[in-house]
Design a protein around this ligand. Structure first.
Ligand SMILES: C[S@@+](CC[C@H](N)C(=O)[O-])C[C@H]1O[C@@H](n2cnc3c(N)ncnc32)[C@H](O)[C@@H]1O
Length: 208
């Protein structure tokens, strides 16, 4: 992640429409309930932590970027009481084995390579309870290489890495957004070309 700067990375305020799309994507595809503890691994400034917090008991936002964690902590001070933060690497998560019901990660594993990727996957499996959910939203391809260290892995590569956790669902993240725009028929190819910032991502839900 050397040259990148995720200190203030967020788009939660850019468009209520897309934010609504994220929310629908989660609520439609992932089991969330008020008993759950969720780890948002690579939470950045916490847009997904904030989105999930009202639906679960506790969210733990983990990121190794202190500045991003500071931004999230400031947001938390303004009202969300069930978000905790950890400034740590995803390659050594300071949580006990089987301690979270769901580990969620959005466009973070795609920036982690080599031994660190193997360690991160091992840590996610270790902290997620058996029967829990591992939820990844990652680019499986992109038409633009918008960051220097982006690795677009196919869902089957993630499925292989997360074995024996079983891949339950794979869906494009793009389409829930499109439904909100009333543009169901436009192809992801064209959308990718026209709006490169929405290059397709895949939602993957694994049962641990
Ligand atoms: C593209 S940003 C996504 C942030 C957030 N998930 C979101 O959707 O807004 C990738 C995040 O991964 C974090 N990250 C990268 N390598 C990490 C590591 N080894 N451990 C923890 N976080 C890491 C970065 O600091 C950054 O916040």
């Amino acid at each position: 992640m050397k040259e990148l700067n995720w200190d203030n990375y967020t788009d939660e305020n850019k468009s209520p429409l897309f934010y609504e799309g994220y929310k629908r994507l989660l609520l439609d595809n992932v089991d969330l309930n008020k008993e759950m503890t969720v780890l948002d691994a690579g939470c950045g400034t916490g847009r997904w932590s904030l989105l999930m917090a009202p639906y679960v008991k506790k969210v733990i936002g983990l990121d190794n970027n202190q500045k991003a964690i500071d931004v999230l902590q400031n947001k938390v001070k303004q009202g969300n009481t069930n978000i905790e933060t950890l400034c740590n690497s995803i390659t050594s998560i300071p949580l006990p084995d089987n301690s979270v019901d769901m580990t969620f990660t959005n466009i973070t594993l795609q920036h982690i390579t080599g031994d660190d990727f193997v360690k991160a996957v091992g840590e996610i499996k270790r902290v997620t309870k058996p029967g829990g959910q591992i939820v990844l939203i990652e680019h499986s391809f992109t038409l633009i290489k918008n960051t220097p260290d982006l690795v677009c892995r196919k869902p089957k590569e993630y499925a292989e890495a997360f074995k024996p956790a079983k891949l339950k669902k794979v869906s494009g993240v793009l389409f829930p957004y499109l439904k909100h725009l009333g543009l169901k028929k436009i192809s992801s190819f064209w959308l990718g070309k026209l709006l490169p910032m929405f290059s397709p991502q895949k939602l993957m839900v694994f049962e641990n």
